[in-house]
Design a protein. Structure first.
Length: 193
């Protein structure tokens, strides 16, 4: 009986020590990332009405300020514009190539790890089918498409927030330029590596 009691006490002590180490490992601050890649997928709406969006951010840490970390990098997007109010009626593909800056603010909340304010600017390549107006049999104007695809360049810009949750899940919210002028609301979700 005495051996069982001693064995139980030793087992409880070691169990408590291992549990304390596990709790300390969970609460230990996460190692600072000097570089991250963040793919996201979602949609945009506004003047584009509806456009599926794939985004890839690749950023490197350039400064640690008192309340935020500053990252600079690339913001590459692929947008398929299904419906829109401007730039003609044909479906289009947008490829914005942008440089971005992210101000990442750590949060004390356990679920939300950080909030990042991002700004981006660059060039927006839009591939589309050229079209022209011509009256149809009833005298109404109708769109006719050229046989060749066309390319137009616009200014690309954006501003928004990256909400980084635990397990590195990211919700990216922002306003992007559509056709260089028009604002479009963008909502994407992804993962930060």
């Amino acid at each position: 009986m005495r051996k069982v009691l001693i064995f139980s006490v030793i087992l409880l002590l070691f169990g408590a020590l291992f549990a304390e180490e596990a709790v300390n490992a969970e609460n230990a601050p996460e190692k600072q990332k000097i570089f991250y890649i963040q793919p996201t997928f979602g949609f945009g709406t506004g003047f584009s009405l509806f456009r599926p969006t794939i985004s890839l951010d690749a950023d490197i840490l350039v400064a640690k300020l008192a309340k935020s970390d500053v990252y600079v990098g690339l913001d590459l997007d692929f947008r398929y514009i299904v419906l829109q109010q401007v730039i003609g009626p044909a479906p289009k593909v947008e490829l914005p190539l942008q440089v971005n800056t992210v101000f990442d603010f750590a949060t004390p909340n356990g679920v939300l790890k950080s909030v990042g304010l991002w700004l981006s600017a660059g060039v927006d390549l839009i591939f589309y089918r050229g079209y022209y107006h011509r009256p149809d049999k009833n005298g109404e104007m109708d769109y006719y498409y050229d046989a060749h695809d066309s390319l137009r360049c616009f200014a690309a810009w954006g501003i928004g927030l990256d909400l980084l949750f635990e397990r590195n899940i990211v919700l990216k919210l922002g306003i992007d330029g559509f056709g260089g002028i028009y604002p479009d609301l963008t909502v994407t979700a992804g993962y930060r590596f």
